[in-house]
Ligand binder design. Structure first.
Ligand code: ZN
Length: 202
């Protein structure tokens, strides 16, 4: 099972971190040991002083595919979930400055929290409203129709390089409003008005 992530897929988030808006999807991966499921607590790691939440829609691949055509891409996923792409922003910033890979800042244990999967109604394609709440206050509010690269665009692009397999998941990017977490914070993820993920930082 593979965990793919798309960086800078919302213009307003790319701008808040002073990053350029990409002309093709920016892809990175997390290992399966990054997964945090069933509303498990996130254990704040000792190696960072600046862990950020990034609330994202996650899609789940439903069958094997390679070099998938755009018209067929919607047939390759059938479930969505809310996810937090936890990021050690201090470490990521140092690595970015040196032009080095991000893995340790993005793929550490527990860095991929996901809620339960919902069946995906293809008529709602790229029109999922989602929100992040921190300690009961809304901090992110996005809609997947604002993505630079749609679910299908991402699947087409990924499948040029990687064979997609049933069970692989894709974090599709975060809107603006990312921020720090502290021990004791409670993060919640909402899709289309429904709370689908809760994660306490310990
Ligand atoms: Zn992200």
């Amino acid at each position: 099972m593979k965990i793919f992530c798309v960086g800078r897929n919302y213009v307003d988030h790319a701008k808040e971190l002073n990053n350029p808006v990409p002309d093709q999807p920016l892809i990175f991966m997390k290992p399966s040991t990054a997964l945090l499921q069933n509303n498990q607590d996130f254990v704040y790691p000792e190696f960072s002083k600046e862990i950020h939440y990034e609330g994202e829609i996650v899609i789940r691949i439903s069958k094997t595919g390679k070099n998938i055509a755009l018209e067929e891409a919607h047939q390759y996923f059938n479930q969505i979930a809310f996810g937090f792409d936890f990021t050690a922003r201090d470490i990521q910033s140092q690595l970015k400055q040196k032009g080095q890979p991000w893995e340790i800042a993005k793929g550490f244990d527990g860095s991929a929290a996901i809620g339960g999967f919902l069946s995906f109604n293809s008529s709602l394609s790229d029109n999922n409203h989602f929100e992040t709440y921190k300690n009961g206050k809304q901090v992110q509010n996005g809609n997947t129709n604002e993505m630079i690269f749609s679910y299908s665009d991402i699947i087409v692009y990924l499948s040029k390089f990687f064979t997609l397999e049933a069970g692989d998941i894709i974090f599709t990017g975060t809107p603006k409003g990312v921020g720090k977490v502290e021990k004791g914070d409670v993060l919640e993820g909402v899709i289309d008005g429904r709370k689908v993920l809760s994660c306490t930082i310990i």
